[in-house]
Design a protein around this ligand. Structure first.
Ligand code: PEP
Ligand code: MN
Length: 268
């Protein structure tokens, strides 16, 4: 049943200049070096299908003593991506400080990671920092299959006046082990879509699949369910990536995957 919670949501086509749906966001899990970021960005630009380049610079890792991101220096690399390729750029924020810095450096879209969505204090802090901002924000589902926690995070952002809002389905942690890294529990994003038909929802097949060979079938499923786009991790040298090495695609494999998906407006 339709729920009136998210009034006035602005559709993705109006978020950023030249945006269209399906919204295709691609880029490395993490920004590692300026060279890796620039090479990935140029190769993705050449695919002709990417609207927004993603790279994590502040990485909330499950384990300590792993790579936790290059930090603020990565914002300069993202600026260079914008300047040289014309693509819009996106990064993950987990605190008010991240929000202020990303906005200062002209990041075009922010996303909130699964670990952060699970924490209402962190979400409220981010929401307060975003008051009065006009930037699109995508909220990943929390790690646990808790639809209300996901909706609650988006509500906090809506309450401070943000209207360029969307959700990212990245699957849910489970003890039950399958071939996939995270369980898609498709009924959860479907329930979100049914309740909030105006709220865009895009799929992150990379974190659901966990292995690059399984990414395309998840992406196809998202298209079949009429989700509004994809966020796909891509890296020039996936096997040597500093985070999420198993699930990243090369820009060439990414491009092949996008071309092979059926169900986009262009082939209907
Ligand atoms: C990411 O997008 O690289 C990431 C950290 O994802 P998630 O928050 O979904 O685990
Ligand atoms: Mn990742």
């Amino acid at each position: 049943m339709e729920n009136k919670k998210f009034q006035g949501i602005i559709p993705p086509e109006k978020w950023i200049k030249d945006c269209s749906t399906p919204l295709i966001i691609a880029g490395p899990c993490s920004a590692e070096t300026e060279e890796q970021v620039m090479q990935t960005a140029h190769q993705l630009k050449n695919t002709g299908v990417v609207q927004i380049f993603r790279a994590g610079i502040w990485k909330p890792r499950t384990q300590p003593n792993t790579f936790e991101g290059v930090g603020s220096v990565g914002l300069e690399w993202l600026q260079r991506v914008k300047r040289e390729t014309g693509m819009s750029v996106a990064t993950e924020v987990g605190s008010a400080k991240h929000v202020f810095e990303a906005i200062k450096y002209g990041v075009d879209l922010l996303w909130i990671g699964a670990r952060t969505t699970s924490n209402p204090f962190a979400i409220q802090e981010i929401a307060d920092a975003l008051q009065g901002a006009d930037i699109p924000v995508l909220v990943k589902n929390p790690l646990s299959p808790d639809l209300d926690l996901w909706i609650g995070a988006i509500e906090r952002l809506h309450a401070v006046g943000l209207r360029k809002l969307g959700a990212i389905h990245r699957g849910f942690f489970s003890w039950e082990k399958t071939d996939l890294r995270n369980q898609p529990c498709w009924h959860i994003p479907l329930s979100m879509m049914r309740q909030f038909p105006d709220l865009p929802i895009i799929c992150d097949p990379s974190h659901i699949a966990g292995k690059r060979e399984l990414v395309p079938e998840i992406a196809q499923r998202a298209y079949d369910l009429r989700m509004h786009g994809l966020m796909v991790e891509t890296h020039i040298n996936p096997d040597n990536a500093w985070s999420d090495a198993r699930q990243q695609l090369t820009p060439a494999n990414f491009s092949e995957m996008i071309q092979s998906l059926v169900g986009t407006d262009s082939d209907e």
